[in-house]
Design a protein around this ligand. Structure first.
Ligand code: NAP
Length: 473
């Protein structure tokens, strides 16, 4: 087998593994296999690249191996972050991906320019180069900023930063970058070529920041998945520049999966793409004036346990707070104790509960709660009026009835879990603070609702102890 055939074979198997990886990752039962096949695909891609260097008689192995070691040294600790920090970790990965594409594009342009290689800088290649650096560098700064917002870095404003004619200014900057790109395509070897190229790089870096500052922290998870698709498209462009089919397919997979994920998130929040990108969602809301101070009814875990004992259907609605408190194992204990008493227990899974799609499924799977008892929002809502108890564990926006009734609410139209239709509602949270969207929740003031204030892990543990203590009958 010739070296070139070997390279193509490695790339082919790698491509197939990338596709299988995505397929397998879409189901919790096969997700682990999906992760391993993704890792294997990446290893084969690196092996293929090394074989390609050997095939062309190149000697720059060390650069590739050095980058491999450096990348692994950064990637390994990143893989160890807690689940709640995965969105910002993912944003950092996209930032690195965008930076890599941008740097490769820059290196290629300056290499060919130095060689005065008009053939290598044919119009099609320069179009791909411009697309690569534009998308690559804007993904780099945009993703860094998104990661910072998600991590709640003190000096990065969480609220959308807006100013007059913002979209117009952005559009103009983009038009200038595009104009420079067209000039470069028509005249890649001009004396002003490197200057134009440098300007496009600077504008793309600035554009990444300007695109993200008007978007509030609440929309960051959607935004990072949009940036994911930009990074993927940038890799596709890089694939055309380097004439590498693996990069083209892997980039296309990355780009389209990012796009599909953002569409799923937008749908689940009943928002449009343009509303997420330009809607400045999450600006400080004006408090309604003159309203009386509403009161919460706090209750004890003891009486909550008593009510739950009498129930025949308990629906648990987990949210971001369960993830923060890492309460899933205590939730499993509670689930076991209730089931032991013959009570039906179901988990109501909202598609955007937590901070990433599938967040609740992953946590509950970790605690080995049977998948069959995890019920999607549309399906469980039909059962909510029959539920004796809705136990809300650190969820807020996803059970806020304002989404159904209050046209002025920023979450109006978002589908919610109908917890308010259950006979009795218990809600676990630490304080009276609002959730992600920064708005009050009428559900907590209903007659049928009782608050169990405290950390989710501690309160659920307490509930389980109360149920176990009174067990045996
Ligand atoms: P949420 O609205 O952010 O509410 C979480 C609640 O958990 C808070 O009210 C908080 O109240 C409580 N909490 C935090 N830490 C806790 C702890 N240790 N123990 C007990 N309670 C704790 O969460 P959600 O209902 O899951 O809704 C998700 C939100 O994220 C939605 O607005 C959704 O649109 C947005 N979002 C999600 C995704 C996604 O893919 N999942 C993507 C984009 C946006 P206290 O501070 O009082 O404890």
């Amino acid at each position: 087998m010739s070296a070139e055939t070997l390279v193509q074979l490695l790339y082919l198997v790698s491509t197939a593994l990338f596709i299988l990886s995505l397929r397998w990752m879409s189901d919790p039962e096969t997700a682990r296999k999906g992760v391993f096949s993704g890792v294997a695909a990446m290893l084969l891609a690196v092996a293929g690249t090394l074989a390609g260097v050997a095939a062309t008689g190149g000697t720059h192995y060390w650069w590739i191996l050095g980058a491999f070691v450096l990348g692994s040294a950064i990637g390994y600790p990143l893989a160890l972050v807690p689940l709640t920090a995965v969105p910002q970790r993912t944003a950092l990965s996209h930032a690195f991906g965008g930076l890599a594409a941008g740097l490769v594009g820059t290196a290629k342009y300056f290499l060919y320019y130095g060689q005065r290689n008009a053939e290598a800088l044919a119009p099609f290649i320069v179009v791909a180069l411009v697309a690569e650096i534009l998308l690559g560098f804007l993904t780099f700064t945009g993703s860094l900023l998104a990661a910072g917002k998600l991590q709640e870095v003190a000096w990065i404003p969480q609220r959308p930063v807006t100013y007059p004619f913002q979209n117009l200014v952005n559009l103009l900057l983009f038009a200038v970058a595009l104009g420079l790109g067209v000039a470069l395509v028509l005249n890649p070897l001009a004396a002003w070529g490197p200057l134009a190229f440098g300007l496009i790089v600077l504008l793309s870096l600035a554009f990444g920041v300007l695109l993200i500052i008007p978007i509030g922290g609440a929309d960051m998870p959607t935004v990072i998945s949009i940036l994911n698709s930009y990074a993927g498209l940038s890799a596709v462009a890089m694939g055309f520049v380097l004439n590498n089919k693996l990069l083209i397919t892997a980039g296309a997979l990355d780009g389209s999966s990012g796009l599909i994920l953002s569409i799923i998130m937008c749908k689940a929040m009943n928002r449009s793409f343009t509303n997420v990108l330009f809607g400045a969602f999450g600006q400080a809301q004006q408090k309604a004036e003159g309203g009386e101070e509403k009161v919460y009814k706090a209750d004890t875990t003891e009486s909550a346990a008593q009510i739950m004992e009498q129930a025949s259907l308990v629906v648990i609605v987990p949210g971001y707070g369960m993830a923060v408190a890492q309460a899933q194992h205590k939730v499993r204990e509670l689930y076991d104790l209730l089931k032991k008493r013959g009570i039906t227990v179901k988990f109501a899974i909202h598609p955007v509960a937590g901070r990433m799609p599938g967040h609740m499924n992953v946590l509950l799977a970790e605690a080995e709660i049977p998948y069959d008892d995890l019920v999607e929002m549309d399906e469980i809502n039909g059962d909510m009026p029959q539920a004796d108890v809705a136990l809300i564990i650190g969820a807020n926006d996803v059970v806020n009835p304002a989404a159904r009734t209050d046209k002025t609410s920023p979450i109006y139209g978002m589908p919610i879990i109908d917890a308010d239709k259950a006979r009795t509602v218990y809600a676990i949270k630490r304080s009276k603070n609002p959730g992600f969207a920064g708005i009050d929740n009428e559900l907590y003031f209903l007659d049928k609702t009782f608050m169990l204030f405290g950390d989710a892990k501690a309160v659920v543990g307490d509930l389980a102890r109360k149920l176990a203590g009174e067990g045996g009958h």
